[in-house]
Design a protein around this ligand. Sequence first.
Ligand code: C5P
Length: 226
Amino acid sequence: ALPRDLTGLRVVISAGGTREPLDPVRYLGNRSSGKQGFALARVAAQRGAAVTLVAGHTDALPPPAGVTLRRVSTALEMQAAVRAAAAEADVVVMAAAVADFRPASRADHKIKKSDDAPDPVVTLDRNPDILAELVRERRAGQTVVGFAAETGDEHGSVLDHARAKLRRKGADLLVVNAVGDGKAFGTEDNSGWLLAADGTEAPIPLGTKARLAATLWDAVVVLRSG
Ligand code: C5P
């Protein structure tokens, strides 16, 4: 049996991807499956937390038992739902893949191709960074957790990028997944590192998304007891 060590905690978890509409039938989206966020919600509920799951677009996943589910589509809808739920939460975990940009305008009618007119150009506006905003507006004692999907590049390794992101966003904990080559997105397994604002860094061995969820909730318990 799982420990009931999250009893009394109100947690908010975001999951899945957002869709940013171009017209009534098209959108900009991403490949997030929602599996990691759903696993976080399921494990938290099993361990006794009161869970609100703010879900964007996901694979056809069964919603975890015993959680409050709020469905959203766009980043702006996710922002509103997460902020409202976070106002009464002890822990907020942003596992959603929020679009960084949205089309600056949404056409009322399906965008048509035409041999007489130039092809359309899409202008993008920046979406709010929900995680950074949660940190700025956090309630006393609230724990804020982010996820980062990183690849290494000429500017640094996966870990270098993740350390910079943790500092920039100001979260208490950051789960870092190495992505690319079919890793993490849509798969059953996950691995990476768990970085804490105090500089603690722990590798997360390859395992199920439920296992990673358990590891994260263990870290939240330790952080909040210390
Ligand atoms: O900057 P990046 O998108 O890599 O950061 C990932 C983290 O920030 C995730 O926790 C994600 O849910 C969150 N995020 C957000 N709002 C955005 C973009 C990302 O809350 N607009």
